[in-house]
Write a protein that binds this ligand. Structure first.
Ligand code: NCD
Length: 348
């Protein structure tokens, strides 16, 4: 394992991640990526530890990815799905978490449709004085740190497979396109990508990217005071973070190195925010002709699940020359192994 800079007990948000922490996660993931290429894709690092996946909201790839990552580290795994649990009998979230604590859980991986649930469970664990780590696997519209870290790892390993590190993205242009308003993936990616020195361009219709979006994101309490921008200024939040907002696609795509497209999150939309999916696809859907505005070797990312033909055209999604979607899923296992390892090894 690489020499580590890691003092974190929980991973709840990327808002206060340091460059050294990003690099530690990326380098640890790179060494696990090597493990995953072996015939025996398993190491004993977390033998004897219990990882509980507490998913209070549906998930395919994140839940499976955390489960496989824990198994590859030889941890024992517990899987919980709200619909088939005692929550249907009225048990509260904190009581469910305490039940898993009483079974000897070391790391709780938590997904919930409400923002702040992983933080509340982490606070409760700290109040109880137990050495349980909480990993946020997506909370409401708030954050999805492991997704942003796997996106970062996917991009960095493409640039330098042997030595992925944050500085590789300095000066790269990255467009994030789509339902930014409802996206926890966008929020976590904004922290990591702007921390790298990349130029981050957000593009969406005004209903999915309100003018005050940056204020909303960067007003997090965890943002350090010197990075905090005066609340009267809508954009940009800090001289160190390069973030631009666009209500048209073209300026965001112009000369972009990477385009990250996001799902229209209909389950989180409380109003009719779009005229029609067809019109949305015409204006903001990523297609082969629109990519001609970008750098010649542009790559496209999507966290999944994808609405084929809405946020990205079906043929582009399946084209390995442009699409990093499958690599993102593969990177997810190494990144989650790294996070579980870093949290778990601080307990040994
Ligand atoms: C994302 C999520 O759940 O936030 N998916 C994921 O974790 N891979 C994005 C989405 O739901 O659109």
């Amino acid at each position: 394992m690489p020499s580590t800079t890691w003092n974190r007990h929980h991973v709840l948000s990327l808002a206060d991640f340091t460059t050294a922490e990003y690099d530690t996660v990326l380098q640890t993931a790179a060494s696990f990526q090597e493990v995953l290429s072996r015939r025996t894709k398993k190491v004993p690092s977390l033998q004897g530890q219990v990882v509980a996946n507490l998913f209070f909201e549906p998930s395919t790839r994140t839940r499976s990815s955390f489960e496989l990552a824990a198994k590859r580290l030889s941890a024992d795994t517990l899987n919980f799905a709200a619909a088939s649990s005692s929550m249907t009998k009225g048990e509260t979230i904190l009581d469910t978490a305490k039940t898993y604590l009483a079974m000897g859980t070391d790391i709780m991986v938590i997904r919930h449709k409400e923002a702040g649930v992983p933080n509340a469970i982490a606070q409760e664990m700290d109040r109880l004085g137990v050495r349980v780590s909480v990993l946020n696997a997506g909370d409401g519209q708030h954050e999805h740190p492991s997704q942003a870290l796997l996106d970062l790892f996917t991009i960095c390993t493409l640039i330098d497979p042997a030595n992925p590190r944050l500085e590789l993205l300095k000066g790269k242009k990255i467009a994030i396109v789509g339902d930014i308003l409802h996206s926890r993936v966008a929020r976590s990616n904004i922290w990591s990508l702007t921390a790298s020195g990349a130029e981050v361009h957000l593009a969406a219709p005004p209903t999915l990217l309100p003018k005050l979006f940056t204020e909303y994101v960067f007003d997090e309490e965890s943002e350090s005071p010197e990075q905090k921008h005066p609340s009267s200024s809508p954009i940009p939040p800090s001289p160190h973070r390069q973030l631009s907002l666009h209500w048209e696609l073209e300026p965001a795509l112009q000369d972009a190195d990477f385009v990250m497209t996001l799902r229209l999150q209909k389950e989180r939309m409380t109003a009719h925010l779009l005229p029609s999916l067809r019109e949305y696809h015409q204006m903001f859907g990523i297609t082969r002709p629109k990519l001609q505005l970008c750098k010649p070797h542009v790559k496209v990312l999507h966290p999944g699940p994808v609405n084929r033909g809405v946020e990205i055209s079906s043929d582009l999604m399946d084209d390995p020359e442009f699409s990093l979607i499958q690599s993102q899923v593969t990177s997810g296992i190494a990144i989650r192994m790294a996070l579980l390892y870093l949290l778990g090894s601080s307990k040994i």
